[in-house]
Unconditional design. Sequence first.
Length: 184
Amino acid sequence: MFTIVRNEVLELAAAVPARQANAVRVGQPVHFVADARRFDGRVARVSPTIDPTSRSITVYVNVPNTDGQLKGGTFATGRVVSRTLEGVLTVPTAAIRQSQDGGHPFAYKIDQRVVNIAPLEVGVVDERLGRAEVVSGLSLGDRVVVGNVGTLGRGMQAIILGEERSRGADPDGSQRPRRGGSTR
């Protein structure tokens, strides 16, 4: 006995949490990693039922494999891309805080070495990249404080240390919103 496998297009069966099931559609792109290599595919079909044990749905993804790099039975992790945004203003998610009076989002913005509070309207959040779209409240070039830096308040003086630039950080350790794409 023997088994014949059509290897030029493989099918990936992936579990997607039930809470995200309604966002998955046939034809959506899928990015995943298997055997330390990145692969892309498209959703071919979506199971109509939720697995009661795992609380997930099964999504079947067609993966082109003309060069035979991917082998059947390989473990993979990845994500379904629900939408891609281009040219949006984004900040690190660590720059966004929630007010205590109702949880409205804001960021600490540095205006000429003075800390101000900038109320934000946040759009799409890409948790994997740690970036959030800012619909309103900041402008391209504004400096924002990122991470836990202790107690801050409006009107406090910001002391700028060093001249190093790392991963888009300004010399004071703040980061400026940037234009770019985000997928979710």
